[in-house]
Structures are given as structure tokens and as C-alpha cells.
Design a protein around this ligand. Structure first.
Ligand code: TNX
Length: 765
């Protein structure tokens, strides 16, 4: 019977049915379930090959982790010391090319665990897998209440899909302490990410001590204040008046590099050039074309003051990079190269003369010359450069690796030219973008990259020839911190999206499945909790989709990613609880008001409360025509003006949703009610975002018609287009005598001066 049962299990495992994959993230290349489990106990022995200090140290980390989490104390023993004792965890160094530099085999049986790897990194990753097979408390640092440290019996054979598995952190826009960076590295290592891209310099702060150039940190690491809120949030922009600064000493940098190496993570430092250099110029103004003075930037964006390609600039950069190379032993130095406006070079007689002398046709080629010189010099020191995809402009220098951020196109072009490429496209892996409904989330850069979007990322396009595909050495997510001022918020933005990234870069393409990943995420959250990560719960958030029915109601469908949760909601503005109305099918909303919803599992609220405004009115779902079509977003359907859902203005102007923008002309919308009805009021949502030249109209008018040709104006109100202040949607209501009408026309008169009029919902009642 028992044997039959085992047979059945193997059979089930073989078919993939009911397979217990151990809920591992990233999912290993192959996993087989076995019957039984290995229970760690105080006499469990760690057997290590003699002579390999590194493997002995790794075995020690397993013992340390168990001890920290309150597990049994294991003993490390040299493999040659005793005859095979019972109950062992054995590390075996094998020479097996199939395992590569980072692969491993993990064989868990009821009385033994065997780990095979060809290189120490393989053992390291085997241990990360082993931890995930244990109770989640293994990730904690306090003695836990776990009574049985069991590992399910299984056999795993695993190696990464990509050699470069990166996560980036911008410490210029906001600075993060060494201890936080270490926690960041711990989390990376737990997820088998192996490259930390440390963005150390930018316009808003220089964060690495350079002994030869002390002013870089004395002056360049400090800004006098910081913009408040989003770039376009207030007009005029508001600043906090508080000096901000911070940098790492060389000693601290070495400590981080050492800490990373112990976790098999390579640190790639980034020193930005020729653009994003204002902080450096503030310290050494003679390196800029105008000679300054310059001030460390206090707001975000792209700045036209950049390094001038003087000889003294190259000397400076080489001396800086010499110290950088001394601190960072890895193969790569990232030299930036992105977003370098050419205005200051165009205006500089020195640059123009240099271009003539070098026979360069334009400033793009001057950028290419700049990067090429640095590239050759870096290569002469035995290292390689990485640059953002702009380094392709004007010709790519020979040894460069391209980091493709404006989509994957740059990476593909580079790979076709025989360069290595790393994919970091904004749409999929920019963790400064929103991950949930932007109206509900804390302030972010803009965009929209929910975890499922990150998971769906495929770094190697299908149709690439194998030789080109091989040049795509991996992928990375970027964490730009303009809108991420605190460690808590970094963790919120990065986790759990980086878990999806981990699977993108580690798991074989054919092993990926979003459904399966979602299922594994639930236990994974318990690990993140044990690690004290302040992750986002957006994964559990309720999502609302709506359609406007022509009977004046909005039909709202609520869904949650976790199928084991139920959805509870309110329509009266109160906070939903586990006892609120149970969602059981489409909600019909026939008035204007809030809908709030939350996911609940086993009587406990699991996500964040989400809230939306729906606006059912006589105009809802009715055809609407714009006399002058909206040009932003391009090709936008004017139906969004009567879709029964309020729009939002979070992020940059391009991130506005549910909003139609008309430039220079009036915004004139005609709604066909489909039959004559009595109307008594019209409300329209109008955007005021003067920092982006979106202004309130000077006047709003309502006119009605029975035939759609002859209109009678019922009401006119004036507004103040000069009104500035915080970006917001203003919703004036125009009331009038009850009037029969079939067509309702709303006109928002453009204030002129090349400005925009932007509107969202028109409610007719
Ligand atoms: C573009 S990505 C930048 C950064 C910003 C980021 C914000 C890249 C190479 N440059 O300077 O922080 O957008 O998402």
C-alpha cells in the first residue's frame, strides 16, 4: 500500500498534477516531490568538503541562520572526519558543466540532505532554496515558536536563466544608509538576484567620497532644499526649505562591497556623465561649459548644465574612476550616458572648435566621442563600461554594454551589433512607477507597472537569432527615488515586484506561469513578513472595472487577484470592513458617489481599502462628440467624458487618465441623450495644472437643443484661468430651470496663450 502511494505521488509529480513545488520563488528549473520530510534536529551534522574555506563558511551561514531564528544548533564537520553519520546535510563539490557557475542540485531525503554544486555560488543558491523549503520563520531574526524545522523531501536541479540579474537603487535623489543598503542586499540574495546597480551620482547629490576631489562631497552631496510633491503638483513649485545631504565614505563603500560579495552579489557603481552632473559641477564649476556658478539641483528632471569635454574634465573623470575602480572590484563601471541635453555644447565655442578639429558632424557625435574616450580608458584598466541606451547615439564604442531603458529597442540594436545588453524597460521594471490604482497609492513618479506586468516581462524577444539573443545577458529593475524619500517607501515600491523580477531572470522561460506564481506569492508574503519588509499589499487590492450603461447607471465589476479572498464594499463613504456588503456580482451605480472595497480572507481584511468615484447620470453612456478632437492622450475616445467614472491627474501630465485634453481650442462636447428628457443641471470636471499650462477655461457654457442644430444657451459661468496653486480637478455645477432637451452641449472656453483645456466627467441631471 505504502509503495503504491509513493508510486502515485511520483506519478502525480510527473504529470504536474497536485505538484507541491515548495512554493519557491524564483521557481527552480526542475522540482520533484518525494515522500516524507527531513526534520532538522540538534544532532544534525553539516558535512563540508575539506579544503574549501568558502564552502565551509557557507555551511556556517546555514547554522547561523537557524540559530538566529531559534532553530536547532547544527555542527559543521569536515567530510573526511568521520564515517557517514546519520542525519547529515552534505555539501559536495562536483565538476559538472551542466551546473554552471551558479547551479546546484538539492536532494532532500528523510535522513539526509545532499547539496551538489560546481562553484560556491551554487551552494549559496541551494541554501536560499533550502530556507524557502523551511517554515517562513527561518527568515526572522528572533527565536521563533517553530517546534519542527521540517524540509519536505524533494529533488531540485536548478540554475539561472540569465547571468546578470540586477536591481538598482538611486541614492542621489534620496540618500539611504549603509544599514538599509545591507538589508536591500539581503533581500536581493534571498531572491537569487546577483547584481546591485548603485546609482551614486546625479544632479541632486554626489554620494561617494573621492579623496582627490573632496569638494564633491563637501559641496556636491548637499542641496539646500527639495521640491515638495510631484513636479507638476504646485504652481509655483513648493520647496521644503530643509537642507538635505549624505554620502558614503570609502570605508563604508568597502563594507557594502564586502557584504555584497558574501552574498554573491556584484556591485556596479554608476558615475553619471556627461549629463546628470550638476552636483559635480556645483563642486567644480570649471568642468562646465559656462563655468558656473552651479547649484546642486533641488528639483527633479533633466538639466542642461553637463560636463564640458575639456581635457581637464577627462583628467578629473579618470581620477575619479581610478578611486572608484579601487573600491569596486567587479568587472563593470556604469558611466550613465543618459539624458544629456546638447544646448550647453552648442553654445560653447570650445565644443564647436573641438567638433571641427575632430570632424564631428553634430553634438550626438561629440557625446559618442566623450563616451568612447572613457570606454577606451576604462578598458585599458581591465574593466568594462555599461551605459544607458543613449550611448548608442552617434555610434557605440567598442567594449560597451548597453542598458536598455527606453523599451528594449536599444538593447536589441546593441545585441545585433555584437554588444552585450541588459534589459531594463520602463514599462515593465521601473519600480518608481505606480503598482496599483494611482488614485489610491502614495505619490509615485507616474506610469503604471503592477506586479503582473513585471511578471509578464520577457527580456529576449521571440524572433531574435540565437547568436543575438545570447548577447542579452540579463535584466534589471530600476528604483529611481525622486518620489521615494524613506526606506519604508523603497521597500513598498520594490517588494513584492522584485520577486516577480527574480522569476523573470532566474526561471526558464517555459517554467513561468502567472497563475502559479500568484499562488506561490501567498506563502511568500509570510517570508517577507518574517524578514520585516514593509512591502506593498497591492497584490491583494480589489480592482474595479466599469462600463457605462445607457440607462444612466454605471456597472462596476470588482475583482481580486487572490481567488481565496472575498470582496466587501460600501457605497456610503464609510470604510469597508469584513462585515460590509459582500460583493456578489455587478454593482449598478446610478448616482454620483464613492465606492470603497477591500479584500477579506477568513474574516480578516488583507489588502488596502480602495475607493473610486462613479457618477451615474442622464448623460452616462450616451454618445458624445468633441468639436475639436482631444490630442492628449492621442486618439482618446471622447466617450470617457460620459463613462461614469472620474479621472485622475496623478504623476506627470501624460499620466492623467480618463481625461481629454484640447490645446489652443475650446473644449466643446455635445452629448446626445437619445431622447428628449428634462435636464436641470450639468457638472463638468476641469483640470487645473498650470505648471503644465493646463488652465481652467475662462468661461463654461451649457446649451441645449432638440434637433442637434439650433442650440439655446441656458447658463454661463466665468472661471479664473489665472488661478494657480495645487493641481486639481475642479467640478463646477451649472444649475438652470428644468428644460426639455435631447442634446446637451458644454463649452469650456480656452483662455488662450497656447494653453490646454482638460476635462473628465460631464454629469447631466
Ligand atoms: C529617467 S532611466 C532617468 C532617471 C529618472 C527616471 C525616472 C534613466 C536612464 N534616466 O534620471 O530618475 O527616468 O523614472
Amino acid at each position: 500500500m505504502k509503495r503504491f502511494f509513493c508510486f502515485l505521488l511520483v506519478l502525480l509529480a510527473g504529470t504536474g498534477f497536485g505538484q507541491n513545488t515548495g512554493n519557491l520563488i524564483p521557481k527552480p528549473a526542475s522540482f520533484q516531490v518525494r515522500p516524507g520530510q527531513f526534520v532538522l534536529r540538534p544532532n544534525t551534522i553539516l558535512r563540508v568538503p575539506s579544503g574549501s574555506e568558502e564552502v565551509i563558511a557557507l555551511a556556517g551561514t546555514l547554522a547561523d541562520r537557524l540559530r538566529a531564528a531559534g532553530g536547532p544548533a547544527l555542527k559543521v564537520q569536515n567530510r573526511n572526519q568521520t564515517l557517514t553519520p546519520a542525519h547529515t546535510i552534505t555539501f559536495v563539490l562536483v565538476s559538472d558543466p551542466a551546473l554552471g557557475a551558479e547551479g546546484y542540485r538539492l536532494d532532500v531525503q528523510p535522513d539526509s540532505i545532499t547539496i551538489e554544486a560546481a562553484r560556491p555560488a551554487g551552494f549559496f543558491y541551494a541554501l536560499q532554496t533550502l530556507y524557502q523549503l523551511m517554515p517562513p520563520e527561518i527568515f526572522g531574526n528572533q527565536p521563533s515558536a517553530v517546534s519542527s524545522w521540517a524540509v519536505p523531501a524533494c529533488r531540485i536541479e536548478d540554475r539561472p536563466r540569465f547571468a546578470y540579474r540586477g536591481l538598482h537603487l538611486d541614492v542621489s535623489r534620496h540618500f539611504f544608509s549603509v544599514s538599509f543598503v545591507k538589508k536591500y542586499l539581503d533581500l536581493m540574495a534571498f531572491h537569487k538576484l546577483n547584481t546591485f546597480h548603485w546609482h551614486l551620482t546625479d544632479d541632486q547629490g554626489w554620494r561617494i567620497e573621492i579623496k582627490r576631489y573632496p569638494k564633491l562631497t563637501e559641496i556636491g552631496s548637499r542641496r539646500k532644499e527639495t521640491i515638495i510633491g510631484h513636479y507638476y503638483e504646485s504652481d509655483p513649485q513648493q520647496f521644503d526649505g530643509r537642507p538635505y545631504g549624505g554620502f558614503y565614505t570609502q570605508e563604508e563603500i568597502r563594507e557594502v562591497v564586502r557584504y555584497a560579495r558574501e552574498r554573491y552579489i556584484t556591485v556596479v557603481p554608476e558615475i553619471e556623465m556627461p549629463g546628470h552632473a550638476v552636483a559635480a559641477l556645483a563642486a567644480y564649476p570649471e568642468l562646465g561649459c559656462s563655468g558656473g556658478p552651479y547649484e546642486v539641483a533641488t528639483k527633479w528632471g533633466i538639466f542642461s548644465d553637463v560636463f564640458c569635454p575639456y581635457e581637464k574634465t577627462f583628467t578629473f573623470l579618470q581620477e575619479v574612476l581610478t578611486e572608484v575602480m579601487d573600491l569596486f572590484p567587479g568587472p563593470y563601471i556604469h558611466i550613465g550616458g543618459d539624458e544629456c541635453p546638447k544646448a550647453s555644447w552648442k553654445a560653447s565655442p570650445y565644443c564647436q572648435a573641438l567638433m571641427r578639429r575632430l570632424k564631428l558632424k553634430n553634438e550626438q557625435q561629440l557625446q559618442s566621442y566623450f563616451i568612447g574616450r572613457i570606454d577606451r580608458w576604462v578598458q585599458s584598466k581591465g574593466r568594462k563600461i555599461i551605459g544607458w541606451d543613449e550611448i548608442l547615439e552617434g555610434g557605440l564604442s567598442a567594449g560597451a554594454t548597453v542598458m536598455s531603458w527606453r523599451g528594449t529597442k536599444g538593447g536589441i540594436t546593441a545585441a545585433r551589433q555584437g554588444h552585450d545588453a541588459i534589459m531594463t524597460p520602463g514599462e515593465f521594471v521601473y519600480f518608481d512607477y505606480y503598482q496599483s490604482d494611482p488614485t489610491q497609492e502614495p505619490l509615485a513618479f507616474g506610469g503604471f507597472t503592477p506586479i503582473g506586468k513585471t511578471y509578464s516581462f520577457e527580456p529576449v524577444p521571440e524572433d531574435l537569432p540565437a547568436a543575438v539573443a545570447r548577447r542579452i545577458i540579463g535584466a534589471q529593475a530600476n528604483v529611481w527615488t525622486e518620489y521615494i524619500p524613506t526606506p519604508e517607501k523603497v521597500e513598498y515600491m520594490v517588494w513584492p515586484r522584485a520577486a516577480a523580477l527574480a522569476e523573470v531572470v532566474w526561471t526558464p522561460r517555459e517554467g513561468k506561469s502567472w497563475e502559479d506564481f500568484s499562488r506561490r506569492m501567498r506563502p511568500h508574503f509570510r517570508r517577507l513578513e518574517a524578514m520585516g519588509v514593509r512591502f506593498s499589499r497591492a497584490f491583494f487590492d480589489v480592482v474595479a472595472e466599469s462600463t457605462a450603461a445607457t440607462d444612466g447607471t454605471v456597472r462596476v465589476r470588482l475583482t481580486a487577484k487572490d481567488p481565496e479572498t472575498e470582496i466587501r464594499y460600501t457605497l456610503d463613504g464609510s470604510e469597508p470592513t469584513a462585515l460590509s456588503l459582500l460583493y456578489a456580482g455587478l454593482i449598478h451605480q446610478n448616482r454620483t458617489g464613492p465606492l470603497k472595497a477591500v479584500a477579506v480572507r477568513n474574516g480578516t481584511v488583507v489588502g488596502e481599502v480602495q475607493s473610486w468615484w462613479f457618477a451615474g447620470s442622464k448623460g452616462t453612456g450616451k454618445p458624445v462628440r468633441l468639436t475639436t478632437p482631444a490630442i492628449k492622450p492621442a486618439g482618446v475616445d471622447p466617450g470617457l467624458l460620459t463613462d461614469g467614472r472620474y479621472g485622475y491627474t496623478t504623476g506627470y501630465l501624460a499620466d492623467m487618465r480618463g481625461i481629454a485634453q484640447v490645446r489652443t481650442a475650446d473644449l466643446e462636447a455635445t452629448i446626445d441623450l437619445a431622447r428628449v428628457d428634462t435636464v436641470r443641471s450639468v457638472r463638468i470636471g476641469l483640470v487645473r495644472a498650470t505648471a503644465g499650462n493646463v488652465r481652467l477655461p475662462r468661461q463654461v457654457e451649457v446649451a441645449v437643443s432638440g434637433d442637434g442644430r439650433i442650440f439655446r444657451t441656458l447658463k454661463t459661468v466665468s472661471m479664473n484661468p489665472e488661478e494657480r496653486g495645487r493641481k486639481e480637478i475642479v467640478r463646477p455645477t451649472l444649475n438652470f430651470e428644468p428644460t426639455p432637451a435631447r442634446f446637451v452641449r458644454v463649452t469650456a472656453r480656452n483662455a488662450g496663450a497656447g494653453g490646454w483645456v482638460a476635462a473628465d466627467e460631464i454629469e447631466v441631471n
